[in-house]
Design a binder for this molecule. Structure first.
Ligand code: DLL
Length: 432
């Protein structure tokens, strides 16, 4: 089902007209409402009238997480606090969180885009959706929650964690859709196996997975272990939360809700816009948000766009699965590596589990990368020779696919910490 086909399947020219109108309104609103934006536009020699449509987007200055931090907590809001009905925040790795505020209309928009996403994923009113994303300042739980209610499906607001109870409720309540991070989905599968529950005995048919990068190999692994269709959902709190984009059942890129969020791809070095099809950093401009509209917000997520109509009938642009963030990229002796590339290699091997941790150190002037990876129970042998052979095999496979040398350390099954939220894959011990 298509939730809002007049938008999702609109002819591109109509959609672009709407985007242009909304962009102009937004630019005028932030110029007059937020001193930080006015200053930036003045520095670029711009007044709102210079932006006459989406073709002028690239004239506008970028916004970064740093701008949000400098104006912590509410300095980028364009409406008085009396209009703000909710705040969310995302915890950065350092310092203060990034805070966002929603007006009543923003919450309405958010529920709409999440409902569209669920419909893209093939979720219906008669589904039972278990929301195992965290509820709280993180946008995952409440975002999926209101979208599910708006669709008219049944929501189980269990939040993250409490894994055995999650599984019990899946059995007892007949959960058909599970929404959580892909790494937590794998953990659910593991605990299910321990409890002696075959996924086939449950009613699960769809997973709504996002909030962290995950490879195609990881998708296959989850689909097979949980017996469901794994759908990728993307979003970030700065823009709205989950529902910025989502895959349809074709699983061929995530449809961006472009009547609300205008995407661009830029070269992260030169900051120049790149043509459709080229990979680079994803940038979003919100064009309907009231609480905290953002102009050309640099997400740091790396992907590419296609504007080709999808087999499902939607004309909304699609973004490819994000393979990482520019700030997650490790440069190991000059070679660029993303954790997702290592994950992909590990998942191609039958002896390892998809649970791993990367540790980066600096020894002298050289960066070294250590990979801790769990070995599957049946391969974890007491025989040192066998383990050493496996260790060498993994090292060689990574060397030949990614061109880097890694110090592989095999660990026993279940020794790497599991989390209910976003998995932590990298520990960087280098001092910069
Ligand atoms: O993670 C919102 C969300 C919740 C999305 C639930 C999907 C499902 P933040 O905590 O602000 O918001 O983190 C946003 O997470 O910039 C990406 O780097 C990453 N991310 C989110 N979805 C995906 C995805 C939520 N599907 C940051 N694939 C983003 C890869 C993702 N990375």
């Amino acid at each position: 089902m298509i939730w809002n086909d007049s938008i999702e399947c609109a002819p591109r020219a109509d959609l672009e007209r709407l985007q242009s109108e909304r962009l102009m309104e937004t630019v005028s609103r932030v110029y007059h409402g937020v001193p930080a934006y006015r200053r930036k536009m003045q520095e670029a020699g711009l007044v709102p009238g210079d932006i006459r449509g989406i073709e002028d987007l690239a004239k506008l200055p970028f916004t970064t997480k740093g701008d949000l931090r400098d104006n912590y907590p509410f300095g980028m809001f364009t409406v008085p606090m009396s209009e703000i009905v909710r705040v969310h925040a995302s915890s950065g790795t350092t310092g203060k969180p990034t805070v966002v505020g929603y007006t009543r209309k923003d919450l309405h928009t958010w529920a709409e885009v999440v409902t569209r996403s669920l419909c893209m994923a093939g979720v219906h009113r008669n589904d039972v959706v278990q929301v195992a994303y965290g509820y709280g300042l993180f946008t995952g739980g409440l975002g999926l929650h209101y979208g599910t209610e708006n669709l008219g499906a049944t929501v189980i607001p269990i939040s993250g964690g409490n894994t055995e109870k999650q599984i019990m409720l899946m059995q007892d309540f007949g959960t058909t859709v599970i929404a959580c991070t892909p790494s937590y989905a794998l953990f659910l599968a593991e605990v299910m196996r321990d409890m002696g529950i075959a996924p086939g005995s449950l009613k699960l048919k769809t997973g709504i997975f996002g909030a962290e990068p995950w490879s195609e190999n990881m998708r296959r692994e989850i689909e097979q272990k949980l017996g469901l269709k794994a759908i990728d959902i993307y979003g970030l709190s700065e823009i709205i939360g989950p529902g910025v984009s989502c895959e349809c059942e074709e699983q061929a890129g995530m449809h961006i809700n472009e009547d609300h969020f205008l995407p661009e791809i830029i070269d992260p070095q030169t900051l120049e816009p790149l043509p459709p099809g080229e990979r680079g950093e994803l940038v979003f401009t919100t064009i309907t948000k009231e609480g905290i509209p953002l102009i050309r917000y640099r997400t740091r997520d790396l992907t590419r766009l296609t504007y080709e109509k999808c087999v499902c009938g939607r004309t909304l642009a699609r973004m490819e699965k994000c393979f990482g963030r520019s700030d997650d990229m490790l440069i190991i002796r000059g070679v660029n590596v993303f954790p997702s590339q290592i994950e992909s290699v590990l998942l191609e091997m039958s002896e390892t589990e998809p649970h791993y941790l990367l540790i980066v150190e600096r020894e002298g002037n050289l960066d070294t990368l250590r990979l801790m990876v769990e070995v599957q129970e049946q391969f974890f042998s007491d025989e040192i020779k066998a383990l050493e052979a496996l260790r060498r095999k993994i090292t060689q496979k990574i060397q030949s696919t990614l061109g880097i040398s890694v110090d592989v350390k095999l660990v026993e099954p279940r020794t790497i910490e599991r989390t209910a939220g976003k998995a932590k894959r990298v520990i960087d011990n280098r001092k910069f």
